[in-house]
Design a protein around this ligand. Structure first.
Ligand code: NDP
Length: 263
């Protein structure tokens, strides 16, 4: 299927690693130009150099900053427009989860988490909105989590923040229609940097990576029997961001191996 991404411009936040990097690669493979950002300059440059070597320097633009820095986000919009002439789709992916129960979560941690989850959406969406409105196929796809509907007691503030973000996205889908489509993916467990770090901090250092991940999938009762791969999340993001998804807005797509318990 032709997704209609040839010569489109797509922005991916948090594009230097994991799901974001796989998504950037998938967009490039489908013919789009990509602007990506992340905080860590070294890892971003390494990713960007490899992508430029594979897909051509003219099609990849990267900039190192935090999406929580509103001025830096605005400068990124201007640089993206100068480089590619506009923006057709925005994938808001940057972020990370916070592991803590209600008892452990301080007020400062609540504020930090709510700030990250909301403003990692709000700043890029607000800043790119004018360019997306000018596109004939403007689209936003947010990376969110099943935790929005299925909270886990050990990730209490992340879960609550994700529920709020999902609600916000529904409002935006109405407010931005018919000019910009707004959709989300709800992730279960995807093998990436975040899970690699938890594997490295495992209790039993003798347990192999394969066994640790297989054990995790069993404990979480994932019907497909394994964690997802970053590329599997990326394919869903690319589809929802593309003109091929032209009649889809306000929707959420689960990428979870069937682990959700809500309908
Ligand atoms: P990774 O840690 O591999 O990737 C996260 C990316 O976001 C990196 O490029 C990171 O780079 C960047 N990033 C983080 N914070 C910021 C920031 N403030 N500003 C700009 N860039 C930032 O994790 P994943 O690929 O797993 O995660 C991608 C998204 O999916 C995250 O939002 C995560 O919370 C969400 N998610 C992942 C799940 C999973 O199972 N993997 C489950 C549910 C949700 P740098 O650190 O250099 O800034």
């Amino acid at each position: 299927m032709d997704l209609g991404l040839q010569n489109k411009t797509v922005v991916v936040t948090g594009g230097s690693s994991g799901i974001g990097l796989a998504t950037v690669r998938a967009f490039l493979a489908d013919g789009a130009n990509v602007a990506l950002c992340a905080r860590g300059a070294d890892r971003l440059t390494e990713a960007s150099d490899a992508l430029q070597a594979e897909f051509g320097a003219a099609r990849v633009f990267s900039s190192a900053f935090s999406v929580l820095d509103e001025d830096a986000v605005q400068a990124f919009v201007e640089a993206t427009e100068a480089r590619f002439g506009g923006c057709d789709a925005l994938v808001t992916n940057a972020g990370q989860g916070r592991v803590s129960t209600f008892a452990e979560t301080t007020d400062a941690a609540w504020r930090e988490e709510l700030d990250l989850k909301f403003f990692s959406q709000l700043y890029p969406i607000r800043a790119f909105e004018p360019l997306l409105r000018k596109s004939a196929s403007g689209a936003i796809v947010a990376v969110n989590s099943l935790l929005a509907y299925q909270p886990e007691p050990h990730m209490v503030c992340t879960s609550a923040a994700r529920a709020g973000v999902q609600n916000l996205l529904k409002s935006l889908a109405s407010e931005f229609a018919p000019d910009i489509r707004v959709n989300s993916i709800l992730l279960g467990l995807v093998d990436s940097n975040q899970w690699q770090k938890r594997f490295e901090a495992r209790d039993d250092a003798s347990q192999s990576r394969e066994d640790w991940f297989a054990d995790l999938a069993r404990k979480k009762n994932i019907p497909l029997g394994r964690l997802g791969q970053a590329e599997e999340a990326a394919r869903a993001l690319v589809f929802l961001a593309s003109p091929a998804a032209s009649y889809i807005t306000g929707a959420r797509l689960e990428i979870s191996g069937g682990v959700s318990r809500f309908s």
